[in-house]
Design a binder for this molecule. Structure first.
Ligand code: NAP
Length: 416
């Protein structure tokens, strides 16, 4: 067992192992959590209650999560003088599965964002965001119930890799001179510059993960979203490399839209198709039921996952996860909403649903389904936090903790 200075390792829990790429989950796994800043403590309290209750109800005490607090953000800074600790990374690496609330981005001090740091240090290369509709939530489209998609966004490359220079940077002047001299490429003197790396390695490992996810979760199709008609060697190759993985490594389970010529997808096969990014934004609005998993580059992924979440009226409820081959970190996708901190007011839905993804990730589907059903039931009865209440007619506005307690109560309706 590893040794940690600031965190107390529960002595009645066990470690999740990875064997041949598969998780081996004990009945009492130790799962580290970062409470988060701002509204973090409010939504974490609610989330813990819902997750623990669902596991208890689904497995009658046979299974249970042994939570272990780890530190990052303001709480960490106040406790240790650091914004994030080496042992926080070590603990997530060691225990394999973790969950976090939102974190304040420190101003100054050399850290761009704690979230980006966590993703980079742990090489969490896939950002996975499922988007589905919960009946009763006010949505801006006529048929939000047709949206049931999962976005696989590449997390480490693209213009988001942070390789960029200020227009006045001396290094950029050298780069401009080099480009002019060697390639006769002339950039404006007052232009800043960013680079867009897209590699075969990073693309293929993401597509591998998306196909395995599709198989495990019985999803129907994977659409590669790209802007390869314009950016041929980055976005275009992203599409090609995704197709190569499907063709070379999963030919027994996939079928390509291009080969079907309009025929039906054979039973049990996963359809692989591709769409240009701008067209994809139309497609998710006008033909949402034709799309399932979307795999895309970092920037496209950022845009499309927020657009989809907004389409179902649930931007404040969208769950997320960042995953590598060994480690998975589940997180609320919104920020710390500091003006509501400590008021027991905000919607804990995003963190609860991230917890549901976590339960699915460790194979505890019975508990996960119980939460989905109970949450849907609670929202349908219009017993909701202020943000959802303002999108509904005749809603009862409740506190964060009341919403969570109601979800737990409603679970009993769905016990088998
Ligand atoms: P934010 O915290 O997401 O809040 C923006 C607005 O979104 C809130 O004022 C509120 O809207 C609504 N909102 C957010 N979470 C909600 C919830 N759980 N329930 C109901 N409504 C919710 O964005 P921000 O104000 O731009 O960022 C604040 C801090 O969070 C910054 O330090 C930022 O760096 C950090 N941040 C962290 C993460 C992360 O850790 N993953 C992500 C984004 C931002 P109304 O005012 O309309 O009620």
């Amino acid at each position: 067992m590893i040794e940690l200075k600031y965190s107390q390792i529960p002595n009645d829990g066990e470690v999740i192992e990875v064997e041949n790429g598969e998780l081996k989950v004990p009945d009492k796994p130790i799962i580290p959590f970062i409470e988060g800043d701002g509204i973090g403590p409010d939504i974490w309290r609610a989330t813990k209650l819902v997750l623990d209750s669902a596991v208890e109800k689904a497995y009658g005490g046979k299974k249970g999560i042994k939570w272990m607090e780890i530190f990052a953000g303001e709480k960490c800074y106040n406790k240790t003088g650091e914004w994030i600790l080496d042992e926080t990374f070590e603990a997530i690496r060691y225990f394999k599965v973790a969950i976090k609330g939102p974190l304040t981005t420190p101003v100054g001090g050399g850290i761009r964002s704690l979230n980006v740091t966590l993703r980079q240090v742990l090489d969490l290369y896939a950002c996975i965001r499922p988007v589905r509709y919960f009946e009763g939530v006010g949505a801006p489209v006529k048929h939000p119930e047709k949206v049931n998609m999962v976005v696989f966004r590449e997390n480490t490359e693209d213009v988001y890799a942070g390789i960029e220079w200020d227009k006045d940077d001396e290094d950029l002047k050298k780069i401009k001179e080099f480009l002019k001299k060697e390639f006769n490429i002339e950039l404006r003197e007052d232009a800043s510059l960013g680079l867009k790396p897209i590699s075969e390695f990073a693309t293929k490992r993401l597509m591998r993960m998306a196909i395995k996810y599709a198989i495990k979760n019985k999803r129907r199709s994977i659409t590669v979203m790209h802007k390869g008609n314009i950016m041929k060697y980055t976005e275009g190759y992203f599409k090609n490399w995704c197709y190569e993985v499907a063709r070379d490594e999963f030919s027994d389970v996939v079928v390509f839209e291009e080969d079907l010529n309009g025929a039906e997808v054979p039973e049990g096969k996963i359809l692989i198709k591709n769409r240009i990014a701008d067209a994809m934004f139309q497609q998710i609005l006008i033909r949402p039921d034709e799309y399932d998993i979307i795999i895309t580059t970092n920037l496209n992924g950022d845009y499309i996952s927020d657009a989809l979440a907004a389409q179902v009226g649930g931007l404040g409820m969208a769950p997320g996860s960042n995953i590598s081959d060994e480690v998975a970190l589940f997180e609320a996708t919104h920020g710390t909403a500091p003006k509501y901190a400590g008021q027991d007011k905000v919607n804990p839905g995003s963190l609860i649903l991230s917890g549901v993804m976590m339960l699915e990730h460790i194979g505890w589907y019975e508990a996960a389904n119980l939460i989905y059903k109970a949450m849907e039931d609670t929202i349908k009865s219009k017993y909701v936090t202020y943000d959802l209440a303002r999108q509904m007619e005749g809603a009862t506005t409740v506190k964060t903790s009341e919403f969570a307690k109601k979800i737990v109560e409603n679970m009993d309706k769905f016990l088998e």
